[in-house]
Design a protein around this ligand. Structure first.
Ligand code: 8YV
Length: 337
């Protein structure tokens, strides 16, 4: 039997590649697959794809994916995939909801927070550049802000948001949250109070965006929402850039409407060096690495590879986002059990 072909769009941990190599021909491409045209031009050859999240799996691309059985996201956000089109075509869309990923992102949210409020990045440059050596007392400019007793407002108390809440409690922060639905069990467990979004924005010292990107959450934090925030508030985004209106954020940071932002995700990625955000002193910026720990990389690569292996064996995946295709999924069985 012909070996199925699996496309990997960026390097993943070898543990996942080992699993995939046993069941398929694994093809890694360094082509720029953030272009719809390029992706559409090659996708017809593949039976499965490991998607890193930047490839536009639009209806147009999926229509060309005549052999494709599964778009397996290496991650939990699937806003780059037209799930409706995939469902219509009988293509599974899966994610990798592993603990290691949620922990990694929650850790990174705290890293961004501490970096911003304790000015870690600026202070690091100060030491490396020799400025401390030549001006021994100037280290006093790095006055930070304490966390105990401040309010963290988490927008989205899901698997990542709730882990951020756990960590925040350890720092003595008071946690409130907003979500489309109240999570009474978590409220009790985490000591997090539910508030409508506007209330949360008005009362929080630290606002954390931890929601998936959907048509409902795109632009959720815009000019109006920023006008409600305290001038001393800081915004942390470890979810998806387009949830926050980029222009409004730049304006709010430039004008001092809010005090700062720490961002791992952007309206467009990669972010160009000329972007205004990079010129501002009150920002900390990281290149979409919140998920990137050794532990998460390994666990995600195994989870994504196992999903593909299951589907190539003619089985159902474990973490589908379109379980409704059960029964009508394309199901060419390539691999013996
Ligand atoms: C991804 C992410 O893993 O989980 C997500 O949705 O954004 C990251 O954690 C990233 O897309 C790389 O695969």
């Amino acid at each position: 039997m012909k070996r199925p072909k699996v496309l990997i769009t960026a390097p993943i941990h070898s543990a996942g590649v080992d699993i995939l190599s046993k069941v398929a021909e694994v093809i890694y491409t360094s082509k720029n697959l953030s272009s719809e045209e390029e992706l559409a031009s090659i996708i017809g050859d593949f039976d499965a794809v490991v998607s890193m999240g930047t490839e536009p799996f639009t209806g147009k691309v999926l229509e060309k994916a005549v052999k494709l059985l599964i778009v397996a996201r290496h991650g939990v956000g699937y806003d780059n995939v037209d799930v409706e089109a995939a469902t219509r075509l009988g293509i599974w869309v899966t994610i990798t909801p592993v603990e290691e990923l949620f922990d990694a992102v929650a850790d990174h949210a705290m890293a961004l927070l501490l970096c911003l409020v304790r000015r870690v990045c600026d202070a690091d440059v100060f030491v490396r550049s020799g400025k401390w050596f030549s001006n021994p007392h100037e280290n006093r400019v790095f006055i930070g802000a304490g966390l105990r007793g401040k309010v963290m407002g988490i927008i989205g108390l899901g698997r990542i948001g709730s882990r951020i809440a756990e960590r925040a409690k350890g720092f003595g922060l008071n946690v409130m949250y907003y979500d489309i639905e109240r999570k009474i069990d978590l409220e009790k467990k985490l000591g997090a109070e539910f508030h409508p979004l506007d209330e949360l924005l008005k009362s929080s010292d630290i606002i954390v965006v931890a929601l998936p990107l959907t048509e409902k959450t795109r632009g959720l934090i815009g000019r109006r929402e920023m006008s409600l925030m305290k001038p001393s508030a800081i915004l942390i985004n470890i979810a998806r850039g387009p949830i926050v209106d980029h222009e409004a954020l730049v304006e709010a940071l430039e004008s001092g409407r809010i005090a700062g932002a720490a961002l791992d995700v952007f309206f467009r990625e990669p972010l160009e060096a000329s972007n205004k955000l990079t010129k501002l002193k009150n920002t900390v910026l990281t290149p979409h690495i919140a998920w990137l720990t050794e532990e998460a990389r390994k666990a995600m690569s195994i989870a994504v590879a196992e999903e593909i292996a299951r589907v190539l064996r003619g089985e159902e995946p474990k973490y589908p986002v379109n379980p409704s295709i059960r029964g009508s999924a394309r199901n060419k069985r390539y691999v013996a059990n």
